[in-house]
Design a protein around this ligand. Structure first.
Ligand code: G1P
Length: 305
């Protein structure tokens, strides 16, 4: 079973990151040197998916620009001894074919995915939300693709989260536990009150979906009065007797949908990177000491000779 396409909904307003997100898309927030969306597309390529459909909007030109070739800039960088500065982007643009579809109004993740309908045939395809950055030995999309091939069904990545955080996520109801990490789901409760959450397994923004999700989205648009969420369409598929599974992803997930999550992601990725890890660890350990660069009135001034 070939799974070759991924849809990346990136047309949200970026409310959590205003005013930063006024002129720069939230998806371009940097994690060390690469923008978040580049990490997400690298995960797709590493999973063997190389047709990338980004759902974008009028204010988000920077995304397409980032993945474009810029020969003038490359020439300048070469003059400044930085020949390889863009190599990760060039690798991606060689490996992937990009298409961009404009969402003219922010009408929800379901509406965004529906705009990719004409790019998808009668096949399974990936959906990755750029708010979620996943780092793992086996890329998370690939982990999901393995289950789709085995079960011939749609599958969603999930992760255990503390009960107090469940109201920020879609939370799955478990119909049947198949293995320690694989579940058939009965429904998804979108952003439930912690007391009403059907489990503590939260949806991570990685999905492999059957093309039948478009039938569900079509059905739903007929009576949608507000934003159409992907969760609604998945619930509708289950309601129409479609089997949908959840897989407890193996790896680390950073939720960069909020400033706090983004700060954690930067610290987390820096701690995984040998170029920064030692200095950052030392920096954190010293924050409360007088060696910290942060202002501390008990610091003493050392006079030279
Ligand atoms: C979306 C989904 C939610 C999922 C989350 C993962 O919510 O609707 O089910 O748990 O992504 O990041 P959003 O973060 O867009 O509000």
């Amino acid at each position: 079973m070939d799974i070759t396409k991924v849809v990346i909904p990136s047309a949200g307003l970026g409310t959590q990151f205003m005013p930063f997100a006024k002129a720069i898309p939230q998806e371009m927030l940097p994690l060390i040197r690469k923008p978040a969306i580049q990490h997400v597309i690298e995960e797709s390529i590493a999973s063997g998916i190389n047709l990338v459909c980004v759902i974008t909007s009028k204010r988000k030109q920077a995304i397409a620009n980032h993945f474009d070739r810029e020969d003038d800039l490359q020439a300048l960088l070469e003059e400044h001894d930085a020949r390889n500065a863009l190599s990760t982007v060039h690798k991606l643009t060689k490996a992937a074919t990009f298409s961009y579809v404009r969402q003219t109004e922010p009408l929800g993740t379901g509406h965004a995915v529906m705009l990719a309908k004409h790019h998808i045939g009668k096949e399974y395809f990936g959906v990755s939300f750029p708010d979620d950055i996943c780092k793992s030995k086996i890329p998370v999309l690939e982990q999901l693709m393995r289950v789709t091939r085995q079960e011939r069904a749609s599958i969603i990545a999930v992760q255990e989260v503390p009960r107090s955080c469940l109201s920020s996520y879609g939370v799955i109801g478990i119909k049947k536990q198949i293995t320690p990490n694989l579940f058939q789901i009965s429904r998804i409760a979108e952003k439930p009150h912690p007391n009403d959450a059907p489990s503590n397994l939260a949806v991570v923004g990685r999905y492999i979906l059957s093309h039948r999700v478009f039938d569900a989205l079509d059905r739903m648009t007929q009576y949608a009065t507000q934003e159409l969420q992907l969760t609604d369409a998945i619930n509708d598929m289950i309601h129409h007797n479609e089997r949908v599974f959840a897989y407890k992803m193996q790896g680390v997930r950073y939720d960069i949908g909020t400033p706090l999550g983004w700060i954690k992601a930067i610290i987390g990725t820096a701690l995984q990177n040998p170029a920064y890890a030692t200095v950052i660890k030392k920096f954190i350990q010293e924050i409360d000491s007088t060696d910290s660069f942060l202002y501390n009135p008990s610091k003493t001034i050392e006079h030279g000779p």
